[in-house]
Design a protein around this ligand. Structure first.
Ligand SMILES: NC(=O)c1ccc[n+]([C@@H]2O[C@H](COP(=O)([O-])OP(=O)(O)OC[C@H]3O[C@@H](n4cnc5c(N)ncnc54)[C@H](OP(=O)(O)O)[C@@H]3O)[C@@H](O)[C@H]2O)c1
Length: 364
């Protein structure tokens, strides 16, 4: 959705030298977020956009023309993912269809031996995620969910603050990711067939940030001792608004709101015995951190993006693929599956079912 990313700076890509080691990307799903990916690729060294695939030939061609760089071969436009994946020049595929439509192209790309960077949420449920992870292992292809937040300089700084012990004992987290989307039952935000709903679209950021904080403050994510969910469903049956409490025991909780039917100041507060760390609006794309000590002087640091925020996840995908890795330590498969497991449980408590849940029931 358009509201949750900053518009990229409109700097044209300069021609760059191509070499045999230039990483060739392809995009499947030339929608809003794919432009941000293409913008980052255009301004990163060592890679280029080689091809794009969309259902509509005209839209795919427009995308290809928009991101063809001067002095380089034109970006190829496809309408058939199989034709795109048969191209041996392609090293990596970025999948940016709606999340209900990630599974098929990701599976096909892994089988074709391509590295895959797939937009969040990787898939609508954990079982589908397990199958993709299995395919990555079987075909020795790199697979990463594009959880760009974990690669941002502000999140590296947050990790350092969590490890330096300034917070004292970690008490909990509060966060919100809410935006008012116009109600359209056929849109990817509200359609169950496109895996719509607030949780998979935006709540995933509240969860990944929670896990990041726990991993860096405690060295692990403790098992949930309780999970509380309150929901307002849209007429289509997907979650329009959720209030969630992830309870890790001993008073340590992460409370969050996520919604596609309302507004909130979308901040995150990490609460500890000695103070709080605040990621100001908008926490999932933070470029600033504040330390508010219970006693003493507050501190603010700035950690801007280098390009548009996508650069480090793209660099990491290329590093791993070139090294023959099938997963990244920053967003390992287990991390994606753990979040999908939380989302399955939250959806069950909220009463949200997708068509995919019948086709891919849980194996446990
Ligand atoms: N990382 C982030 O900050 C961020 C931000 C926004 C979205 N996302 C994620 O990126 C993905 C795409 O989101 P978006 O906002 O870019 O969506 P979007 O603008 O609707 O684009 C999705 C594209 O997928 C293609 N598509 C293929 N099958 C489709 C289907 N059955 N229904 C509709 N479109 C289909 C469409 O292109 P054709 O019609 O040409 O095939 C469309 O342009 C989602 O998984 C979302 O969660 C991530």
């Amino acid at each position: 959705m358009a509201a949750h990313f900053r518009r990229s700076r409109d700097r044209p890509a300069a021609p760059r030298p191509m070499s045999a080691s230039t990483f060739q990307w392809a995009v499947i799903g030339p929608g809003a977020i794919a432009h941000r990916f293409a913008d980052a690729v255009a301004r990163l060294d060592g890679c280029r956009l080689h091809a794009v695939c969309g259902r509509d030939a005209h839209r795919a061609q427009q995308f290809a023309e928009r991101w063809s760089a001067p002095g380089e071969p034109a970006v190829l436009a496809h309408t058939d993912p199989a034709a795109l994946l048969a191209d041996p020049a392609i090293d990596g595929v970025y999948v940016a269809t709606p999340h209900g439509q990630h599974y098929e192209p990701v599976l096909a790309a892994l089988r074709a031996g391509k590295a895959v960077l797939c937009e969040k949420s990787l898939v609508p449920n954990q079982e589908m995620g397990r199958r993709l992870v299995e395919a990555a292992r079987t075909h020795r292809s790199f697979l990463m969910e594009a959880v760009w937040t974990r690669f941002l300089p502000a999140y590296q700084a947050l990790a350092a603050w969590l490890r330096d012990g300034r917070l004292g004992a970690l008490h909990g987290l509060q966060s919100s990711f809410c935006f008012p989307a116009p109600y359209d039952p056929d849109s990817r935000i509200f359609s169950p067939a496109l895996a719509g709903g607030a949780l998979l679209d935006v709540g995933i950021y509240n969860m990944t940030a929670t896990r990041w904080v726990l991993q860096h403050a405690l060295g692990e994510v403790p098992p949930l001792v309780d999970l509380q969910v309150r929901a307002r469903l849209a007429p289509t049956g997907v979650d329009a608004r959720l209030a969630v409490m992830l309870d890790f025991g001993d008073g340590l909780v992460s409370q969050f709101h996520c919604a596609v039917d309302s507004f909130a100041p979308n901040t995150m507060q990490v609460l500890g015995a000695a103070g709080a760390i605040v990621l100001p609006e908008t926490f999932w794309e933070a470029t600033r951190l504040q330390w508010l000590p219970a006693r003493g002087t507050a501190e603010t640091i700035e950690r801007p993006f280098e390009i548009n925020g996508f650069e480090n996840e793209i660099r990491e995908a290329m590093r791993c693929a070139r090294a023959g890795e099938i997963e990244s330590p920053v967003v390992p498969h287990a991390e994606t599956l753990a979040v999908l497991g939380w989302m399955d449980r939250i959806r069950a408590l909220a009463g949200v079912r997708y068509p995919f849940d019948d086709d891919f029931p849980p194996t446990r």
